[in-house]
Design a protein around this ligand. Structure first.
Ligand code: ADP
Ligand code: GLC
Length: 467
């Protein structure tokens, strides 16, 4: 199949979270299965250094204006990459915000991106499917529905839309409709809703989250639209790209290790303790690598740590960046518990690997989690995930004391429930035989992309037949 991904992040090029990993993981797997995969994304300022081999001019009609841009092409690990270059819209180093606030012109920037992607695709040999990811690409579903009548290369092309996170929707006031060539209803425009209405098929990144989206409050106001498309709406669990995330081959970590020889894992833990001036102790190391947002459970986690760190013989290392409100509290926690707690603020992919390898437990007390990739990485790294049982976390981690347990789980989104889970983790760690068993089982879990990729191919076929 000839497949075009329209997306705003791609691992190795631009990443703010799991969207990048998921787009690359799926694209790589589809390529390896013999399909022709192209990806189109904005050329952010951080990509200006990237060498491109080919460039085409593309003209976009938007809100009564004609806007030009270049689409520059290159390739990454066999996948063809096309970058939409427009300095005013994308010549910024951060894709969506200035660090605190979303850019005010995001509706215009991403409507333009969608139109540019479609205008470019119109002049290529026809793609069998277009696959959009998250709100940044949602208007393409609507634009394509109007273009099919006039553009032969797009006439029979379905649009598959994947919701990686239903909480980010991009709403804007009705007056934008004219500038963005979007339908007017008198109500706020909601990008995500447009895709729910106009995409040929929609899916999200786990079965659990798919079911949650059918009702409020998980649907964030869009339950009606998810229900309306219920028969076209599926849940396909993301995979883990073990070529990138495997402690046996990971070049970023202090020493490799695998199921049958965990000596390297002890080195990785020591190295992190040394790097961040923590005592080289046998106490369990709890870690997190996370966007610092409400979604990730910081309202439960910070008070839990404030209480727990007073007593518990543990070390905690958190790597993350995001909302100032939480970051300040995390820095404060580091001052209060200098022997036990570190907060490393920033986005550091190498460190993310090192922390995965060093940890005994990985903290993921999310309020909601469409899929979650960090718990999948943690399983493989023998870093037992402590998860709230929601969305994709519930679908991938079996909580102790189940006989088949691979981690620790809790259900209620409250600080006491999380504290109980932390205490459980400590008890498990103290019973080393039991801990080792759970760790072995965790490391044996396999969530590769093969299965997800097969489901996507079936979905593409269904979408082609549905048109
Ligand atoms: P989400 O997409 O909601 O952020 P996921 O678990 O699906 O959550 O994916 C998060 C991805 O982003 C992982 O690859 C994780 O390692 C990475 N990540 C998150 N925060 C950071 C950070 N501060 N530094 C490096 N990588 C990070
Ligand atoms: C989103 C979700 C996360 C998911 C990722 C990739 O960022 O928050 O749960 O794993 O997308 O699909």
């Amino acid at each position: 199949m000839r497949i075009l991904f329209i997306c705003s992040e791609y691992e190795g090029l631009i990443k703010t979270g799991g969207l990048a990993d998921a787009c690359r993981g799926l694209a790589s797997n589809l390529l390896a299965s013999g399909h022709q995969v192209s990806v189109i994304l904005p050329r952010y300022a951080t990509l200006y250094q990237l060498k491109t081999e080919h460039s085409e001019s593309v003209f976009v009609e938007l809100g009564g204006r004609t806007l030009g841009c270049a689409v520059r092409s290159t390739s990454l690990a066999g996948v063809t990459i096309h970058l939409v270059e427009h300095h005013d819209f994308f010549g910024r180093s951060r894709p969506y915000d200035d660090g605190q606030h979303g850019y005010a012109d995001n509706p215009l920037r991403f409507a333009f991106f969608c139109k540019a992607a479609l205008a470019w695709a119109s002049n290529q040999p026809a793609f069998d499917v277009l696959h959009g990811h998250d709100w940044q690409t949602a208007p393409a579903a609507f634009y394509l529905s109007t273009l099919r009548q006039h553009v032969s290369a797009l006439a029979a092309t379905p649009f598959i839309f994947t919701i990686h996170n239903g909480a980010y929707q991009q709403q804007c006031q009705p007056f934008w409709a004219e500038q963005l060539d979007l339908p007017t209803t008198g109500q706020n425009i909601n990008f995500l809703q447009l895709a729910l209405q106009y995409a040929t098929k929609i899916n999200t990144v786990s079965r659990g989250y798919r079911d949650e989206l059918l009702t409020e409050p998980a649907a964030n106001g869009l339950a009606y639209w998810y229900q309306l498309r219920q028969n076209d709406f599926s849940g396909i669990l993301n995979g883990c790209d073990y070529a990138m995330w495997d402690p046996a081959t990971d070049p970023a970590i202090a020493a490799p290790y695998h199921l049958t020889n965990l000596a390297g894992k002890a080195c990785c833990k020591q190295q992190l303790q040394q790097d961040y001036q923590l005592a080289i102790a046998n106490s369990p190391l709890f870690v997190a690598v996370s966007r610092v947002t409400g979604q990730k459970g910081f309202d439960m986690l910070i008070p839990a740590l404030q209480q727990w760190l007073k007593e518990a013989p543990v070390q905690v290392v958190i790597v993350g960046s995001g909302e100032v409100y939480y970051c300040q509290q995390l820095h404060q926690l580091a001052l209060t518990f200098p022997d036990k707690f570190r907060f490393i603020e920033g986005f550091n992919e190498r460190l993310a690997h090192q922390v995965e390898a060093a940890g005994d437990f990985f903290l993921m007390p999310s309020l909601f989690e469409p899929c979650g990739l960090n718990q999948l990485y943690s399983l493989r790294y023998g870093n037992l995930p402590i998860v709230r049982l929601t969305g994709g976390l519930k679908d991938t981690v079996l909580p102790w004391p189940d006989k088949q347990a691979t981690g620790i789980g809790f259900a209620e989104p409250t600080t006491p429930a999380l504290l109980q889970a932390l205490q459980q983790a400590l008890t498990l760690y103290e019973n080393r035989k039991m801990y080792n068993k759970v760790q072995q089982r965790a490391m044996k879990q396999s969530f590769g992309w093969d299965e997800a990729s097969a489901h996507y191919l079936a979905l593409y076929q269904q979408a082609i037949s549905a048109l």
